[in-house]
Design a protein around this ligand. Structure first.
Ligand code: HPA
Length: 287
């Protein structure tokens, strides 16, 4: 394949027009979501809180990437949650699945075109800071992007926003504040910290965790940051919440497993739903 045609293939699969087609398909269900919630590993129970009128398997949405990971569904739910028009992405694709970065962020771009103003990303993470204990939550205050890729690499399409995106305050201070307050109300263990995003799919080594700690990371995971970057390029508001599913490698004296991550996710799903119950009606800008 020539360089020219491979570039064309990428643009064909993940370009603006394809996102518009996918957004139009979503709009054809007669519902305009204003808030999108992406669910991380094991957190699917949150869907139960949504008064979901519409459930769309990802495979029916034009160009939408299908998921391949156990514990990550593949359904877009549309409905009202506390009167707020919400889209829930149950399942996401990750770079560690070998997916192109543009595929990983495609659902975010589509939902932005479909009307979403606020993105709430959730994910599982390993705890590095001493307060980062399993069962608790970390609200992203900032991140370290260490996946070795960036979804904005490539021919710049100004329809998505600026090429050089400011990430000084990627995580909305107001959304962080109301989430902290909600956690206090429900006595849910929660702190603000720095999320390090690594490529995976291997978990980290104890030496890597020591290095990440030295760099200022409080929790570590394999997702979220690419999606945050494109949401910020589109100037949408972002809140990101990690559920701490385990102490990071070398900190708990036992090996890590995806099963442990899923079990921990299921345990904290209700807490996450409680937090969102409280936060959603306060998103004053969704109207
Ligand atoms: N490391 C990376 N990703 C993760 C972890 C971890 O310890 N736990 C859940 N997701």
């Amino acid at each position: 394949m020539s360089r020219r045609s491979s570039t064309d293939t990428i643009r064909k699969q993940h370009g603006y027009e394809e996102a518009e087609r996918a957004a139009a398909y979503i709009a054809s269900h007669g519902f305009t979501p204003r808030v999108a919630i992406t669910l991380g590993s094991g957190l699917d129970e949150v869907v139960g809180r949504l008064n979901a009128d519409v459930r769309i398997p990802y495979r029916l949405i034009p160009h939408f990437p299908g998921t391949t990971v156990q514990g990550h569904g593949g359904t877009l739910h549309l409905g009202l949650w506390k009167k707020v028009p919400v889209a829930i992405l149950e399942g996401r694709v990750h770079c560690y699945e070998g997916r192109a970065p543009a595929s990983v962020v495609f659902p975010v771009r589509v939902l932005a075109l479909a009307g979403v103003q606020t993105f709430i990303f959730t994910c599982a993470a390993g705890g590095i800071a001493s307060k980062s204990t399993p069962g608790g939550f970390m609200i992203f205050a900032d991140h370290l992007h260490l996946q070795g890729m960036n979804p904005l690499v490539g021919v710049h399409d100004p329809r998505w926003g600026a090429q050089f995106v400011d990430l000084t305050q990627a995580y909305d201070p107001y959304l962080r504040r109301i989430t902290r307050k909600a956690a206090r109300k429900f006595r849910i263990p929660c702190f603000e910290g720095v999320y390090a995003s690594l490529l995976g799919p291997t978990y980290e080594t104890p030496a890597e965790i020591r290095a990440l700690k030295g760099m200022g990371a409080d929790a570590v995971g394999m997702s979220t940051v690419p999606e945050v970057m494109v949401a910020r390029q589109l100037k949408r508001r972002v809140l990101a919440i990690a559920t701490i599913s385990n102490r990071a490698a070398g900190l708990a004296g036992k090996p890590l497993s995806h099963e442990e991550v899923l079990v921990a996710g299921r345990k904290v799903s209700r807490h996450l739903a409680d937090l969102l119950d409280e936060v959603l009606p306060q998103l004053d800008k969704w109207k």
